[in-house]
Design a protein around this ligand. Structure first.
Ligand code: FE2
Length: 192
């Protein structure tokens, strides 16, 4: 398994109703980021994650416009170094032909941390100090590593991403990300 992104065979898509509702409210030309509250989480997604011995640390929804390229960033908790491992299940709605691209930084470069509207942290990277290392088109669902610098490049369709961040520990507190071998073992029946 590569450590960046892996397509998953999961036969449902959560929060289609929420997306339909929010679709009417977003500025179609601007990126938007929403937190999905614990009590609003999709039972199927929570049950699936818990059946693997994992917990949902937080759940989010991202909107990116057609023909847009997001800045290169990492998502997640406060980490030291400023970005840390964060695995999430992403369900994609729309965004046909969109691509997620991962990068490595050049010459030990690392950017500043910023707080997001959802109360999580993100880092924005200077593209001139990054080199592409992997890319993936996600039609349906994927396990992605959002603690490695990445971006999303959209084609003619706007893209919604429902994102459930997984942790080894339940409840509030810092994210405890599973190791790559751990996550590979837990998701082995879903990897495509
Ligand atoms: Fe991200």
């Amino acid at each position: 398994m590569n450590i960046f992104g892996q397509l998953l065979s999961i036969n449902f898509k959560p929060h289609l109703d929420l997306i339909a509702k929010l679709e009417k409210t977003v500025n179609v030309k601007s990126t938007a980021h929403f937190l999905i509250k614990k009590e609003e989480r999709d039972c199927r997604a929570v049950e699936l994650i818990e059946s693997l011995g994992l917990h949902v640390h937080h759940s989010e929804l991202f909107y990116t416009p057609a023909f847009s390229t997001r800045n290169i960033h990492v998502d997640g908790d406060v980490g030291d170094p400023p970005y840390a491992s964060i695995f999430k299940i992403n369900w994609i709605v729309g965004g046909t032909g969109s691509q997620m691209i991962w990068y490595e930084t050049i010459d030990g470069y690392s950017p500043e941390k910023r707080k997001t509207v959802a109360g999580t942290y993100a880092c924005i990277f200077d593209p001139k100090k990054c080199r592409e290392i992997f890319n993936l088109q996600i039609e349906n669902c994927a396990l992605v590593q959002a603690g490695i610098p990445h971006t999303v490049v959209n084609q003619e369709e706007p893209r919604w991403a429902v994102s459930y961040v997984v942790s080894l520990s339940a409840g509030p507190g810092p994210l405890q990300s599973p190791s790559v071998s751990d996550i590979e073992q837990k998701f082995k029946n879903f990897l495509i």
